[in-house]
Design a protein around this ligand. Structure first.
Ligand SMILES: NC(=O)c1ccc[n+]([C@@H]2O[C@H](COP(=O)([O-])OP(=O)(O)OC[C@H]3O[C@@H](n4cnc5c(N)ncnc54)[C@H](O)[C@@H]3O)[C@@H](O)[C@H]2O)c1
Length: 253
């Protein structure tokens, strides 16, 4: 059985990924702010260092895979959390685990979003890709949460694509999953607000498959990308969104 680590396994999509890996008999190390093997706050450099140290102490024989799933929505009140958790909490962990992943020719899945191609601030995405957390956080202070969220996910997908070749040279496959609207505590907090009920109904009706995603829909795609069935899939962004991205951007491929 394999040895895996992940972030964000406490609730929602991450909890479904956790359940599928554990029920398949794999060893799994979960990092989260709550209900985890390693309780660490990925919004800070100290928390990320703690997470890395904890994973390294528990998986000294290497990792078959790592899933970066922790994230916050565009509605969080403290907007600098969006770049720090979503982007730096993902890519810094992948980078920090590179040696362990190389040992077992591991597979990495980053959780992006089908909002990644949407309009955002390019200076913000540039700051993220440059690794300038202070600049990205400063931009976040005076920018609406939704472009910050989509920009953090665009940067994750682009970071993954930019790094695919160098990781592949060490036998590590990088891929991303881009979920569409998925029923989790993240979306439930908005869906339960009567002020948004109509807008959400219209949004769900616009999904070609006419339903919201379930956390298990995303977990199945992650399992595939981690597995040997996907041994030649490398550098891909897999949209798991009921056809929404294809509907919105039919000519992009
Ligand atoms: N639900 C959707 O519609 C949707 C769509 C696209 C992408 N996503 C992405 O999927 C991932 C999972 O989201 P979800 O919908 O399951 O939401 P969720 O809120 O249920 O899960 C997010 C997880 O991240 C953890 N987390 C948050 N801040 C953290 C921090 N500072 N340090 C460590 N852990 C932290 C939470 O505790 C939680 O376990 C996120 O990256 C999200 O952006 C979700």
């Amino acid at each position: 059985m394999g040895s895996y680590a992940m972030t964000g396994g406490a609730t929602g999509i991450g909890a479904a990924i956790r359940k599928s890996l554990v029920s398949a008999g794999h060893q799994l190390i979960v990092v989260d702010v709550k209900d985890a093997d390693i309780n660490a706050d990925l919004s800070t450099a100290e928390g990320r260092a703690e997470a890395l140290a904890g994973i390294k102490a528990r998986a000294s024989d290497g990792l078959d895979g790592f899933i970066a799933c922790a994230g916050v929505s565009g509605s969080v009140p403290v907007k600098p959390l969006i770049p720090s958790v979503n982007y730096f909490g993902s890519v810094e962990l992948v980078d920090g685990l590179r040696d362990l992943l190389r040992t077992r020719r591991g597979s990495v899945v980053l959780i992006a979003s089908n909002s990644a191609p949407m309009e955002t601030r390019q200076d913000y995405v540039d700051a993220l890709l440059a690794g300038d957390e202070a600049a990205a956080r400063a931009i976040a202070e005076d920018t609406d949460g939704h472009p910050l969220y989509s920009g953090s996910k665009q940067a994750i997908a682009r970071w993954m694509r930019r790094n695919t070749q160098s990781y592949a040279a060490e036998g590590i496959r990088l891929n991303a999953v881009a979920p569409g609207y998925t029923r989790t505590p993240m979306t439930e907090s908005v869906a339960s607000d009567p002020a948004y009920a109509d807008a959400i109904k219209q949004f769900l009706d616009s999904i070609p498959l006419k339903r919201a995603g379930e956390p298990e829909d995303i977990a199945k795609a992650v399992s595939y990308l981690l597995s040997d069935e996907a041994s030649f899939v490398c550098g891909s962004v897999l949209f798991v969104d009921g056809g929404h991205d294809a509907m919105l951007r039919p000519d992009s491929c």
